[in-house]
Design a protein around this ligand. Structure first.
Ligand SMILES: Cc1cc2nc3c(=O)[nH]c(=O)nc-3n(C[C@H](O)[C@H](O)[C@H](O)COP(=O)(O)OP(=O)(O)OC[C@H]3O[C@@H](n4cnc5c(N)ncnc54)[C@H](O)[C@@H]3O)c2cc1C
Length: 444
């Protein structure tokens, strides 16, 4: 064999190896691509035909109005002693309807007044309405909520949060609480598509319910939890989360400390320093078509939701809930609103609804109060507008969740910036989160 033939054999062998290597790579990638396509196709189905039906059934099966519950157990959940859980059982001993993981309960509490503006004198009790997410998977034995003590904003001389202080300081084992049935549209889907839960602070509560449920009911479903707090002392139920991560190889836990103490990170491979953002998700998450469920403070969601959209996640795969008045815009909504700033937390100012009358022409009539007033977007939601004009309307969560502010519309139309969690009766609206689309007459 001449040296030329030998060289040709070597080159031929190398080329053959290269072709085989590339062929295998192509075959593997095309398999992965096909699986990805299959998952994506599932994602593009309406999220949950099955789930919505179940939601309706649950609404029918659950009770109307308020029902008395007893606090069976109260436990502190964090080293900072700022979050407590209440285990609640119905006083009538009747079965407990199930719920969809992610839903919340609405409470009517006889909380002492603090003597603030528009309140009765300090020390008297007044009924207030607040919502708290169910923080465990459904079980037939109890409902659990977990409540963070809300302090006055830094530098403000105002009283602390009324409901959370009442629950922390005065509610104990055996206390009686009035509770409305589980409700809310923020709940995990029932598909097998990988899921990413993102929690900021006390926003962990609905996601804990989703996580606990999913690990029991959807064994093998890939599930990630990114849990952001300042440091380990503020994190709740970390022992539980770490035990779940150790027991389930399909569950990936990432605790993200924005202001970590040295001992928070030492020797732990599931902790990360810094805030949760898309850069972190890009590094941590293998490329897959996830569903994202997000609950946290408004600034976190206001940046994360549009950033996920920019990363290519479709609106249909981004689900979020705010624990108070918030205005988070998805990518498509931002485009539709003509490029208004996305995610701006604008609790009072409300953008004019698409198709609204010229804003100067909109007049709101409060029929019972006998007031007729011009409205512009800067005047805020109808609730803010009513209050600013001395019209008193009952309200609770101010976020479209509890239904307390439901008001009949006699004439005209309103628009919601975001679909509320509570479904108002036909012919009525939730004035805490809507604005007039035309001139309206309200029964208030
Ligand atoms: C769907 C939903 C689910 C929720 N789930 C949870 C949950 O699982 N866990 C949880 O902890 N929370 C949850 N929340 C939030 C909860 O409902 C309450 O909003 C929260 O507990 C604060 O209520 P509060 O009565 O303690 O505070 P509020 O009395 O409403 O006070 C709120 C803030 O205002 C300040 N303040 C008081 N007076 C004044 C004044 N005059 N001027 C300016 N500021 C003032 C207070 O100091 C406090 O910082 C949820 C909310 C919703 C809508």
């Amino acid at each position: 064999m001449t040296s030329l033939t030998l060289l040709l054999w070597i080159v031929g062998g190398l080329v053959l190896q290269l072709v085989i290597y590339l062929g295998i790579g192509f075959w593997r990638n095309s398999l992965e691509y096909r699986n990805l396509r299959k998952l994506t196709a599932q994602l593009d189905l309406p999220l949950e035909t099955e789930g919505s039906t179940q939601s309706d059934q649950i609404a029918v099966a659950a009770w109307q109005g308020f029902r008395a519950f007893k606090v069976h157990r109260k436990v502190m959940e964090d080293a900072a002693q700022s979050v407590c859980s209440l285990y609640l059982v119905p006083e009538d001993g009747e079965p407990l309807p199930t719920f969809l993981p992610g839903q919340f309960l609405t409470f009517r509490l006889d909380a002492p007044t603090t003597g603030g503006a528009n309140e009765k004198p300090s020390g008297t009790a007044e009924q207030i309405i607040r919502c708290y997410s169910l923080s465990d998977a459904p079980t037939p034995d109890y409902y659990r909520i977990s409540v963070k003590r809300v302090l006055p904003p830094t530098g403000r001389d105002v009283p602390p949060g009324r409901s959370s202080s009442f629950i922390h300081d005065q509610v104990a084992n055996g206390s009686r609480l009035q509770v409305r049935a589980p409700a809310g549209h923020f709940h995990i889907d029932r598909s097998i598509v990988p899921v990413v839960l993102i929690a900021g602070g006390i926003g962990i509560t609905p996601l804990l319910s989703m996580l606990n449920w999913s690990l029991i009911e959807q064994p093998g479903r890939e599930i990630w939890l990114f849990y952001g707090v300042r440091n380990a002392s503020e994190a709740v139920m970390t022992a539980h989360l770490e035990a779940l991560a150790a027991a389930h190889s399909n569950f990936h836990l990432r605790c993200c400390w924005s202001d970590a103490l040295p001992e928070d990170v030492a020797g732990r491979d599931n902790t990360r320093c810094g805030r949760i953002n898309v850069d972190l998700l890009r590094v941590e998450l293998p490329l897959k078509p996830y569903h994202f469920y997000i609950c946290g403070p408004t600034p976190m969601m206001a940046s994360l939701v549009p950033a996920l959209g920019d990363w290519g996640v479709s609106d249909a795969r981004i689900h979020f809930e705010a624990f108070g008045p918030a205005s988070i815009q998805r990518k498509q909504e931002a485009a539709n609103s003509g490029g208004k700033p996305v995610g701006s937390p604008a609790p009072s100012a409300v953008a004019t609804a698409p198709g609204a009358e010229s804003e100067n022409a909109i007049v709101v009539t409060f029929a019972k109060s006998g007031k007729q007033l011009p409205w512009q977007p800067a005047k805020g939601t109808l609730l803010v507008f009513a209050e600013a004009n001395g019209i008193s309307v009952d309200s609770g969560c101010r976020a479209g969740s509890c239904g307390t502010c439901q008001t009949t519309i006699r004439e005209g139309e309103v628009a919601y910036r975001q679909q509320p969690d509570y479904d108002p009766d036909p012919g009525s609206c939730l004035i805490c989160c809507c604005a007039p689309k035309t001139s309206v007459t309200l029964e208030a």
